[in-house]
Write a protein that binds this ligand. Structure first.
Ligand SMILES: *Cc1c(COP(=O)(O)O)cnc(C)c1O
Ligand SMILES: [Zn+2]
Length: 416
């Protein structure tokens, strides 16, 4: 047996398709709406695998969940450690937020420092399985840097389309990983469209997350890890930031897959958070209407997605879970960055801490109770975007090299 994939199912019309190379969307519903879900032979996974068996595994990466991945176990893999990021319980943060049962999943500790690595690992392995040597994607930054890193480890060529506004840290990653970087002078939507045209033109492997149904399968491993790290006692809430919507959809798929094989006995509520400067999915959710394109007006560049590519999967996930969505201001996001850093030593990029900012808000207005079990996923590391980190935290104390100056400066600031 190659793997447990039975086929693909269209989330719009429910049509079942064979999992074949080059099939990314439902032909009936089209590439906009016909997003596909990977369906597994859960019956046989259940028979052949167990939580006990998993607990013996020495593989501390996303590949410990290989029965749930759309991969041939024999295909070579990039030699990087994807996933198995720490789940912390930071007491200082819990105290400030008034939650007694709060966890932080630090996905900034992936090889290229974001949750996107989970998806890019799958992308490069699938590309090799499909005998492709060149992969392309468009990205707000992290999908790009993670693809470039994973592809470098696999010996593949990449073409990466990013909007001009991408923070320098991410561009540096791309260039260091040897990608062909196309900086599109326009919005993310422009970059996405140009990449789609180029992929058509040259026939490259398509890593655009919403279109490629296999990538959510990599992202779902974050949920599987959370469940296992909590000893299969599922949290009440999982909070995560939302851009295209693939991440939150992946989190939901992960918990649902575990539920289907009976490894967990309940599902969490999802909290999807966007910046109020770019909140098409939150607005759609709260106003109960179809989403509309929005401005991309936020410092949280990774979730500045005015035209989300996976809106239906994301909205469905939140609804099915009985959770909710909320938008927070850029100020709240910078506050969350500072708070997380100061109380727990974890450094998130703006989009990385947006989920936490949303939790804080819903905790303060009573939607989330103080004793509920909560996991905030930090989706990306703060070193990717130093400019906003300084904006959040302020400048250092500048002194001339003399003890006298230091004494006076500290006194003046009331630190000493
Ligand atoms: C991509 C990204 C997100 C959001 O994921 P979507 O699939 O676009 O919703 C959140 N945080 C970070 C750091 C990201 O890179
Ligand atoms: Zn369809």
């Amino acid at each position: 047996m190659m793997n447990y994939v039975l086929g693909l199912c269209c989330i719009k019309c429910g049509k079942e398709l064979q999992a074949e190379p080059g099939i990314y969307t439902c032909p009936e519903c089209g590439p906009q709406d016909g997003i596909l879900d990977v369906v597994y032979d859960y019956q046989n996974i259940k028979i052949r695998h167990s939580r006990q068996q998993l607990s013996q595994s020495g593989d501390y990466s996303i590949f410990r969940y290989i029965p749930f991945l759309p991969l041939n176990p024999e295909t070579p893999r990039p030699n990087l450690r994807f996933g198995w990021t720490p789940l912390y319980r930071p007491p200082g943060l819990a105290k400030v937020l008034g939650f007694t049962n709060l966890y932080v999943k630090d996905d900034g500790q992936n090889p290229t420092a974001s949750l996107k690595d989970r998806a890019s690992a799958i992308a490069v392995i699938r590309a090799v399985e499909e005998k492709m040597t060149t992969i392309a994607c468009s990205s707000t930054g992290n999908a790009a840097s993670s693809l470039a890193g994973a592809a470098a480890a696999m010996g593949l060529t990449t073409f990466i389309f990013v909007p001009g506004r991408v923070p320098q840290g991410k561009v540096a990653q791309l260039l260091i990983f040897g990608a062909n970087v196309i900086s599109v002078q326009g919005s993310y939507s422009d970059a996405f469209r140009l990449s789609a045209e180029a992929i058509d033109r040259w026939g490259w492997y398509n890593r655009n997350a919403a279109i490629n149904p296999y990538l959510v399968e990599g992202k779902k491993t974050v949920a599987m890890e959370i469940a296992e790290q909590l000893n299969w006692e599922v949290p009440d809430w999982v909070a995560v930031s939302v851009g295209d919507g693939c991440t939150i959809a992946g989190v939901w798929k992960g918990f649902k897959d575990l539920y289907r094989v009976g490894w967990i006995d309940k599902l969490p509520k999802l909290l999807g958070v966007q910046s109020s400067g770019c909140s098409p999915l939150v607005d759609s959710f709260l106003e109960n209407r179809h989403w509309r394109p929005a401005e991309e007006n936020t410092i949280a560049d990774s979730i500045a997605v005015g035209v989300p590519r996976n809106p239906e999967k994301a909205l469905r996930a939140v609804r099915e879970s009985g959770g909710t969505m909320v938008a927070v201001s850029d100020e709240d996001i910078l506050d969350a960055m500072r708070l997380l850093g100061r109380t727990s030593g974890i450094f998130g990029e703006p989009a990385g801490v947006t989920g936490l900012a949303g939790l804080r808000y819903l905790g303060s207005n009573g939607v989330i109770k103080s004793d509920e079990k909560i996991v905030a996923i930090v989706t990306g590391n703060g070193l990717k975007d130093v400019k906003n980190a300084i904006a959040a935290a302020g400048e250092p104390i500048r002194v001339d090299p003399s003890l006298q100056c230091l004494v006076e400066e500290l006194k003046w600031r009331g630190i000493e």
